[in-house]
Structures are given as structure tokens and as C-alpha cells.
Design a protein around this ligand. Structure first.
Ligand code: NAD
Ligand code: UDP
Length: 343
């Protein structure tokens, strides 16, 4: 152990070496499903910097190798191309189960596959957790509340979901995923965590993601029309990805087993949001109203009292700061895209 500390001190400043060394003593083997996606890759960065051993499993449906390429070749990191609809046999202490498309256009592209990923895939991950006695955290969603008739949404609210609408493959998929989790926990005496994640944005969102943050920023950066679906009076509450990562880790490390909302309660209408992005980016984009989408939830804002009480967690990054970082990221992505397509 002394040798390891000394070797760290020769490579990085002493104060970081000591922290890294302490973390080495607390080192865990962690599986992240969907770890090459937007949220997963940020979680990978944080857990790798804490010194854990990581295995990322991804089928690259919406994820990209480039999101985790900074760790390829690191002795603590392994990337496995695998579809979680099929069983997986490995040894780990913790599982962050994030694999599932998250953006409406992506999860609607192949609804049956979305359901399989969230049902069969979750059964496979719960089965793995049971076999190796690992703690498993399920990435659930505010979509379990559907188009809510209660506002803001607390965890005790049961939701208002259309079971046969276009969003059902995702909403009901995640609801079954939660049901499975608690059925396994009760029947098999397992250690489970359920995070209900609200709209999250940040660098590494895919250019074709299709969600409102990336759409509006890319439209504003290219002087295209900013497309507001429907009246634009519907609301969302946006959290920056580093806040989500902190919340997920706090939940995993807690001993709280019921669902917890992880989101930023600052709420905006989509019209306000379009104006915020337009002002931040500048340019000459007009804001255009186009047809509304079916079953679009009209209001969404997390009640985060539970996370504050049990995890001592609350979001830290303001919308302005988070959006500026995201705009800078998309500026670089656009430059790269143009370079690749002009050569
Ligand atoms: P993402 O699409 O960027 O990442 C999902 C990852 O899962 C991708 O890397 C994808 O390739 C992988 N994946 C999908 N199906 C798979 C399968 N069958 N086998 C293996 N890998 C598979 O989405 P994200 O925004 O990073 O979301 C991550 C998780 O968080 C999802 O479970 C999502 O439902 C949940 N969530 C996200 C948000 C958000 O705003 N980003 C909100 C609520 C919930
Ligand atoms: N939206 C929009 N224009 C877009 C993309 C989305 O007006 O180009 C709206 C969408 O109708 C919804 C909100 O923005 O009311 C958030 O949509 P998103 O797809 O980001 O996530 P959701 O919360 O619906 O899963």
C-alpha cells in the first residue's frame, strides 16, 4: 500500500495523491449499463476519478465510444459491447443500471425494443445483482408521473400515464422496471435504489438527440428557426448533468431504498426556454410554433424534499452556467461536423 501511495505521489500532486489513495482503499467494482451514453459517460468520469474499477456495458444504440474514449486502456476500465436484453455474467459490487434510450424520438423509433430493454434488460440486471449480492441503482424517470395532475411531483404521486400512447413504451417500461425492482427486493431480500430522473442536459448530448435543449441550441447556433411544439405553455425543469451524477452517487451510497426524485425544481415554460436560449446564443433565429406532439406532459417540476432530507443533495448548477457550458460544447461539435462533412 505504501508503495502505491509513493508511486501516485510521483505522478500527481501530493494532495490529489492522498485523496486518490484513500479512494483506492474504498475501491469498488462497478458496472454501468448504458455507460457510453450521455449521463452514463459523465458518471463514468466521476467514478473513475474516485479510483473505482469500472465495467461499462453498452449496445451503442444511442451511446458512442468517443464518450468514454478517455478511459480506454486505463487499467481500471473495461468497455463491453453487449445488449442487456441478453444475460450477463460478471462479478461486481454495485450496478448503475442506465441502459435505455431516453429521448422521445429515440425510444419511439423501436418501441418494442424500448420495452424489452426496460423489462427483460432490467430482469437480467436484477438477476445479476442477486447472484453476486450487488447493490443496484435503477435509472427511472419523471415520465413515471406521465402528464401529471399533481404539481409539483413528489414520490408519493402514482402518476397519470396513457398506457397505449406513443410514450407508453418508455413510461410503462420504466414503471415495470420499478415494479420489478421492488418485487425482487422483497422476494430476494436485495439492496436496491431507484432514482426518478427529471430532464437533464449538458455536454455529450447527441447532436441528433431530439430533446428540447439540444434542438434549441443547435437551431440557434445555425440561425435556424427554433421549433416550439404546440403552444409552448407546457413546462419543464432542467438540471445540469453534474448535479445528476452527484445525486446518483449520493443515492447509491445512502441506505435509502424508496424512489427519490433527482431534478432541478426551477421551472420554465418552453416559450420562456426558447427565449433564454435565443438570448444566450445570439443570432437571428425566429421562434416558430409547430404542431404539438401527442400526449406531451403539460407540467413537470420535481419536489426534491426527499433527496434533500435523505441524501443531503440538491442541485448546485444554475441554468445559465449549465447552458453556457452546453452551448460551448455544441459549438465545438458543429465545427467538427462541418469539418468532417467538408472533407
Ligand atoms: P442516452 O440515450 O444518451 O444513453 C443511454 C445508453 O444506453 C446509450 O449509451 C445506449 O446505447 C445504451 N443502451 C440502450 N439500450 C441498450 C441495451 N438494450 N443494451 C445495452 N445498452 C443499451 O440517454 P441518457 O440521457 O444518458 O439516459 C440514461 C438513463 O437515464 C436512461 O435510463 C434514461 O431513461 C434515464 N433518464 C434520463 C433523463 C435525461 O434527461 N437525460 C431523464 C430521465 C431518465
Ligand atoms: N420540445 C419543443 N421543441 C423541440 C423539442 C421539444 O418544443 O424541438 C418540447 C416538447 O414538446 C416538450 C418539451 O419541449 O414539451 C421537452 O421535450 P423533450 O423531448 O426534451 O423531453 P420530455 O420531457 O418531453 O421527455
Amino acid at each position: 500500500l505504501e508503495q502505491r501511495l509513493q508511486s501516485l505521489e510521483t505522478r500527481i500532486p501530493k494532495k490529489y495523491a492522498e485523496v486518490t489513495f484513500l479512494n483506492y482503499l474504498k475501491k469498488r467494482r462497478i458496472l454501468i449499463t448504458g455507460g457510453a451514453g450521455f449521463v452514463g459517460s459523465h458518471l463514468v468520469d466521476t467514478l473513475m476519478l474516485q479510483g473505482h474499477d469500472l465495467i461499462v456495458v453498452d449496445n451503442f444504440f444511442t451511446g458512442r465510444k468517443q464518450n468514454v474514449e478517455q478511459w480506454i486502456g486505463h487499467e481500471n476500465f473495461e468497455l463491453i459491447h453487449h445488449d442487456i436484453v441478453n444475460p450477463l455474467f460478471i462479478e461486481v459490487d454495485q450496478i448503475y443500471h442506465l441502459a435505455s434510450p431516453a429521448s422521445p424520438p429515440h425510444y419511439m423509433q423501436n418501441p418494442v425494443k424500448t420495452i424489452k430493454t426496460n423489462t427483460l434488460g432490467t430482469i437480467n440486471m436484477l438477476g445479476l445483482a442477486r447472484r453476486v449480492n450487488a447493490t443496484i441503482l435503477i435509472a427511472s424517470t419523471s415520465e413515471v408521473y406521465g402528464d401529471p395532475d399533481k404539481h409539483p411531483q413528489s414520490e408519493s404521486y402514482w402518476g397519470h400515464v396513457n398506457p397505449i400512447g406513443p410514450r407508453a413504451c418508455y413510461d410503462e417500461g420504466k414503471r415495470v422496471s420499478e415494479t420489478l425492482t421492488y418485487a425482487y427486493a422483497k422476494q430476494e431480500n436485495m439492496n436496491v435504489r431507484v432514482a426518478r430522473i427529471f430532464n437533464t442536459y449538458g455536454p455529450r448530448m447527441h447532436m441528433n438527440d431530439g430533446r428540447v435543449v439540444s434542438n434549441f441550441i443547435l437551431q440557434a447556433l445555425q440561425d435556424h428557426e427554433i421549433t416550439v411544439y404546440g403552444s409552448g405553455n407546457q413546462t419543464r425543469s432542467f438540471q445540469y448533468v453534474s448535479d445528476l451524477v452527484d445525486g446518483l452517487i449520493a443515492l447509491m451510497e445512502s441506505n435509502y431504498t424508496l424512489p427519490v426524485n433527482i431534478g432541478n425544481p426551477v421551472e420554465h415554460t418552453i416559450n420562456e426556454f426558447a427565449t433564454i436560449i435565443k438570448e444566450l446564443v445570439g443570432g437571428n433565429s425566429a421562434i416558430k410554433h409547430v404542431a404539438e406532439v401527442e400526449d406531451d406532459p403539460q407540467r413537470r417540476k420535481p419536489d426534491i424534499a426527499r433527496a434533500k432530507k435523505y441524501l443531503k443533495w440538491e442541485p448546485k448548477v444554475s441554468l445559465n452556467v449549465g447552458l453556457q457550458k452546453t452551448v460551448n460544447y455544441f459549438k465545438k461539435e458543429l465545427k467538427l461536423f462541418r469539418f468532417v462533412h467538408s472533407n
